[in-house]
Ligand binder design. Sequence first.
Ligand SMILES: [Cu+2]
Length: 160
Amino acid sequence: MNTENADGIRMPGVGFAVRLCSSVFICGCLSLSAHAEVTAKDAWVRGTVPAQKMTGAFMTLTSTEDAKIVGASSPIAKKTEIHTSMIMNNVNQMHSVSSIPMKAGVPVEMKSGGYHVMLMDLVKPANAGDVVPIVFTIEGKDGKRTQVEVKAQVRPLGSR
Ligand SMILES: [Cu+2]
C-alpha cells in the first residue's frame, strides 16, 4: 500500500490537517456575533536602548463579555508573557501569570506595578514613535479563543 506522496508526507495526515483548518475557520465565523469584543485604550510600549532584550507594554483593555486574556504575542519579541508585579520583602517583583480575568464592561489596567505585557528576547529595539503590534488571545466563557490585535506606540525610555 502506498499512502505517501512525492514529498513523503502520508496522505491521511494531510487530510486531517485540512479538516482541522476548516473547523477552525467555521469557529472563526461563529465568533463574530457570539463572542467577547475586546478594545484597547492608551496602548504603549516602553522604549529600549540598543542592548536591551526586554521591555513592557501597557494599556487598558475592556471586554464586552466576561472573558480572560490567556496569551499575547508580538513580532518584535521571540517570547511574550503576561506578567503581574507585586511588592515582596520591599522589592518589586514580577512573574508570569497564565491568564487575566476580565469582567464584562470593566476595564483591566495593564500598568507599571500591575499587570503588563512582557516583550522578551526582542528581535529589534523599540524606538520612540514606533508602532508595535501586540496580538492577545482572549478566551470567552464558552472556552472559545479569539485574537485581538492592538497597536501600541513606543514611548521614550523612562516613561511610566
Ligand atoms: Cu514583566
